[in-house]
Design a protein. Structure first.
Length: 392
């Protein structure tokens, strides 16, 4: 099973500008070690293993996932990290293959040229036979095995005092193994951009950003390919020692060969309040235009995403977490197909116990609900289980 959406133990809980860094920090248990080996195992009860609209199949799922990670400073200015994590999921009640194999391979190199310039490169490859984000509307017992890769590059420099400029790129591809799904959804998404931050006050940064994105589908490019330009401005404001707020507003202009061009607003907003050591609450909102899981009928999906995350440290050893995400969306129909309203809700609860520096034990509940104007795209799914990780 893929990790829960709810993120524990102080990690960034938002996807907005409240934590705009592309790269995740080194996990606490890996700090100070060149080589780290860990083993994760758990059991989950899943009420709808295929994310189906009807005829849901439930099953207990047993997971074993070792991980090897390497973190090292190659010299005083260069840092390198890499990890390999295979995973085996065994379903006691799954039609067809019961044992599914997945793996993640990550690498990152960061180099500081000077006190005002740095380069950060990372690559993440995933082969997933049991993806968490199952495709809406796909029939039960369909192979949704997915290979994906994401490369991020970011060069940051400061041409004048108080001004920071970043050049960035992101190259992603999605490769579904099933030929029918792959014919519709296999694609590259390439993004290039420049952003700047100006420190107006010690606690206030003004920001501006331009992005260009190309989405190139492997099949039927004349109908599906799109090219978008984003322009936005905003701020990052440290209201106090415990409260941070961020805002980006702007617009997106999307062009296609086969359909009319489209101009839509773009919004990112988030706040985070650290009310005690190891405890915080964060909330945010985004409005965006996204790819759909059915590009044959729909060209885009307008999404309003709202989230709230809470983490509370009851003691130094026990941490509780809760997460709620609500996404009302509109699927934009192609000529002859009406627009469809579709609301998605994700919720999660978790309790984590850290008996020692090397052990983490958690119990969790995860809930997904999709209410769609097309009944075959709806879905109701619950997952509950326990998981333990030991680090050597």
């Amino acid at each position: 099973m893929r990790p829960l959406r709810i993120i524990l133990l102080g990690s960034s809980l938002g996807f907005c500008a409240i934590a705009r860094a592309v790269y995740a920090p080194i996990p606490e248990e890996e700090k100070g070690k060149g080589l780290t080996i860990s083993l994760e195992s758990g059991i989950t009860y899943d009420s709808n293993i295929f994310g189906a609209a009807s005829d849901a199949i439930s099953s207990f799922v047993f997971e074993v996932s070792p991980k090897i990670a390497f973190n090292s400073s190659l010299d005083e200015q260069t840092f390198f990290t890499a990890s390999f994590q295979p995973r085996l999921d065994y379903f006691e009640n799954r039609p067809g293959t019961k044992a599914l194999y997945s793996q993640d391979v990550d690498a990152r190199i960061a180099h500081t040229f000077s006190t005002t310039s740095a380069l950060d490169l990372s690559d993440e490859y995933a082969y997933d036979q049991d993806p968490a984000s199952l495709l809406s509307g796909v029939p039960v017992n369909t192979d949704q095995t997915l290979q994906s890769n994401q490369f991020d590059g970011r060069y940051t420099f400061s041409p004048v005092e108080r001004l920071e400029v970043a050049l960035k790129t992101r190259i992603m591809y999605y490769d579904y193994i099933d030929p029918v799904i792959g014919d519709e959804l296999n694609r590259f998404e390439n993004l290039y951009g420049v952003e700047s931050d100006y420190t107006l006050l010690p606690e206030l940064k003004l920001a501006g950003e331009y992005r260009h994105e190309d989405v190139d589908y492997a099949n039927n490019p004349g109908e599906n390919d799109k090219h978008s330009d984003f322009l936005m401005a905003g701020f990052d404001y440290k209201v106090g020692p415990q409260l941070t707020a961020t805002l980006r507003v702007g617009g997106e202009y999307t062009r296609r060969d086969s359909l009319s061009s489209l101009t839509t607003p773009y919004v990112e907003a988030a706040v985070k309040y650290d009310y005690a050591k190891g405890s915080f609450i964060s909330a945010g909102y985004t409005y965006d235009l996204e790819e759909t899981s059915d590009p044959v009928l729909f060209s885009d999906e307008k999404t309003n995403t709202m989230f709230v995350n809470i983490q509370h440290a009851f003691t130094a050893l026990i941490v509780g977490s809760a997460s709620l995400e609500y996404i009302p969306a509109t699927l934009i129909g192609r000529p002859g197909q009406a627009n469809i309203e579709e609301d998605t809700t994700h919720a999660g609860l978790a309790a984590t116990y850290l008996p020692t520096k090397n052990w983490t034990v958690s119990a969790f509940y995860d809930y997904d609900f999709v209410d769609s104007g097309l009944s075959y795209r709806g879905m109701n799914r619950s997952q509950v289980g326990v998981r333990a990780v030991v680090t050597f």
